[in-house]
Ligand binder design. Structure first.
Ligand code: SF4
Ligand code: SF4
Length: 424
C-alpha cells in the first residue's frame, strides 16, 4: 500500500461538516476553502483517487498548513487531520524527493552532526548577513536569504552550542550504573536544536531548576535533532534515522525520566518516535519503554517532582501572559503545569490572553514556505498579547519564542518573550 492508500480510512471519516473552519489559523488569514482542513482533505482525496496532479498549486495548499492540530481537536468525527496532511507531504517527497535546501539542512547538518562545523562558518558570516536589533535582542537579515527571506528578526547563533559547554559535557552519564542509584531520581535531558544552537541559556536554566528540584541530571552525548522538522517537510526517512539514533544514544544511559524544554521535541520524543519506529517488532517495545518516560520539563517539575510553589520570579512586579505551544497544549495535553509554575513565582500576575492556544504561525515549516502568511497569523497573536497588557509573554518552546519575538518586533508590541524555566 502506498502512503496515500494508508490514509484512505482516515480521509473517509471526514463528513465535510466544516466545524474545523472556525478554528483554522490559515483559513482566518487567507479566507479560502483550500486553506482549511475540509478543503485540504478534499484535495488529498482527489490525489488518492488519481484525479489531481502533484502540482505546485496542490503542494502550496498542503504546505500552507501549520500542522497546529486545532482542526483535529475540534473535529466531531475524530479525523486525524495532522496525520493526513503529514502523509500528503510524505507522498510528495516520495515522488519528487526532498527539496534541495531542506535536504542540505537535514542530511548534511542535523543528521550527520556536521552542524558545529557549519556554526563556526555561520558565526563568521553573521555580521555580514545580519544587523543587530538591540531593543529586541535579535538579528535582522539584511538580504533575502534561502529559506529565510529579508527583514526577519532571528536569534543569534550561539558561540558555543549548549551540548558543547564544559559543564554540560561533564554530565554525559554514559557508563554510570543504575537509574536512581538508590538515592535520587535520575533525569536525562534532551536539548533539541533550538536550545542547543540558538538558546543555550534555556538549557542552562533547565539544568539549574532540575538541580534545585533535587534530581540527578545526565545529558547523553551524541543526541541529535528529534526529527520533527524533517517529518513536517515529509522527509520520513531522515526523521526515522534521527529517531533511531536518539533511541540508541539514550538507551546507553540509565534514567527514570527523559525531559526537554522544547514542546516540539517533547511531542516528537513521545509520539513521533513511536510512529517512525513502532512498525518494526524489534524496535516497538524499545521505543514504547522510552516514550513512556518522556515528560515536558513543566510536567516533570509539577507532576513528578512536586516543584510547584518554588519559583524565583523576575524579582519585581511583572504581568505575564502564557502562550500555549501547539505541540504542548494540544499535542501533549500539558496546559496547567506551566501556568502553575508561572503563578508560583513571587511578584508575578498571570493574565490570560485571548486564544492562548492559537498557533503563533511557525508550525509545519510555514515560516519557511510562506513567511508572509506565517506573519499574518503571528499578527493576531501579537494583538492578543498587546491586549493582555502583559510585560512578558512566557511560553515553553524555543521555536515559538523565535517566531513570537519576530512577530512582536514587526507589529510593534512592547512585550518580552521568555521560557517558563527562565522565570524559575
Ligand atoms: S475534518 Fe472533521 S470538522 Fe473538518 S469537515 Fe471533516 S469531519 Fe468536519
Ligand atoms: S492543522 Fe491547523 S492550519 Fe492545518 S488545517 Fe488544521 S487548523 Fe488549519
Amino acid at each position: 500500500m502506498n502512503t496515500l492508500e494508508l490514509l484512505k480510512e482516515e480521509i473517509e471519516k471526514c463528513v465535510r461538516c466544516g466545524t474545523c473552519r472556525s478554528v483554522c489559523p490559515t483559513l482566518k488569514a487567507i479566507g479560502r476553502e483550500t486553506a482549511c482542513a475540509r478543503g485540504r482533505i478534499t484535495l488529498v482525496e482527489h490525489r488518492l483517487k488519481g484525479s489531481l496532479e502533484l502540482s505546485g498549486n496542490y503542494l502550496r495548499h498542503i504546505k500552507e498548513c501549520t500542522l497546529c492540530g486545532a482542526c483535529k481537536s475540534n473535529c466531531p468525527n475524530g479525523v486525524d487531520t495532522v496525520r493526513i496532511f503529514a502523509g500528503a507531504r510524505a507522498e510528495a517527497v516520495e515522488k519528487e524527493g526532498v527539496p534541495y535546501a531542506a535536504s542540505v539542512v537535514f542530511k548534511n547538518l542535523l543528521e550527520s552532526n556536521r552542524l558545529p562545523w557549519a556554526l563556526k562558518l555561520a558565526n563568521r558570516l553573521q555580521g555580514v548577513l545580519f544587523r543587530d536589533a538591540v531593543a529586541s535582542s535579535g538579528l535582522l537579515s539584511r538580504f533575502p536569504l534561502p529559506l529565510i527571506g529579508s527583514g526577519r528578526l532571528l536569534p543569534p547563533i550561539a558561540k558555543t552550542p549548549f551540548l558543547e559547554l564544559p559543564n554540560v559535557k561533564a554530565l554525559s552519564g554514559h557508563g554510570r550504573p543504575g537509574g536512581a542509584l538508590g538515592k535520587a531520581v535520575r533525569v536525562a535531558f534532551y536539548a533539541g536544536c533550538g536550545v542547543n544552537y540558538l538558546m543555550p541559556e534555556i538549557g542552562t536554566a533547565s539544568l539549574d531548576v532540575l538541580k534545585r528540584a533535587g534530581v540527578e541530571v545526565v545529558v547523553p552525548v551524541g543526541q541529535v535533532c528529534c526529527g520533527m522538522p524533517a517529518y513536517a517537510m515529509g522527509d520520513r526517512a531522515t526523521a526515522r534515522a534521527m529517531a533511531l539514533k536518539n533511541l540508541d544514544i539514550f538507551e546507553s544511559c540509565n534514567f527514570d525520566f527523559v525531559t526537554t524544554a522544547c514542546a516540539t521535541c517533547g511531542h516528537g520524543l513521545k509520539s513521533l518516535f513511536k510512529d517512525m519506529l513502532g512498525d518494526d517488532p524489534e524496535l516497538k517495545s524499545r521505543v514504547e519503554a522510552f516514550s513512556k518516560k518522556v515528560r515536558d520539563i513543566s510536567e516533570l517539575l509539577v507532576n513528578e517532582l512536586g516543584f510547584k510553589g518554588k519559583g524565583r520570579g523576575p524579582g519585581h512586579e511583572t504581568k505575564v501572559t502564557y502562550h500555549d505551544p501547539c505541540h504542548l497544549g494540544r499535542a501533549q495535553g500539558v496546559r496547567e503545569e506551566p501556568r502553575a509554575l508561572i503563578a508560583s513565582c513571587p511578584g508575578v500576575s498571570l493574565e490570560e490572553m485571548k486564544n492562548p492556544c492559537s498557533c503563533c504561525g511557525l508550525g509545519g515549516g510555514l515560516s519557511l514556505v510562506n513567511y508572509e502568511l506565517s506573519m499574518e497569523i503571528a499578527k493576531r497573536k501579537a494583538e492578543n498579547i498587546r491586549s493582555s497588557g502583559a510585560d512578558v509573554v512566557v511560553t515553553a518552546c524555543p521555536g515559538c519564542m523565535v517566531h513570537l519575538r519576530d512577530g512582536l518586533h514587526r507589529f510593534g508590541v512592547n512585550a518580552k518573550v521568555a521560557h517558563v524555566v527562565e522565570l524559575l
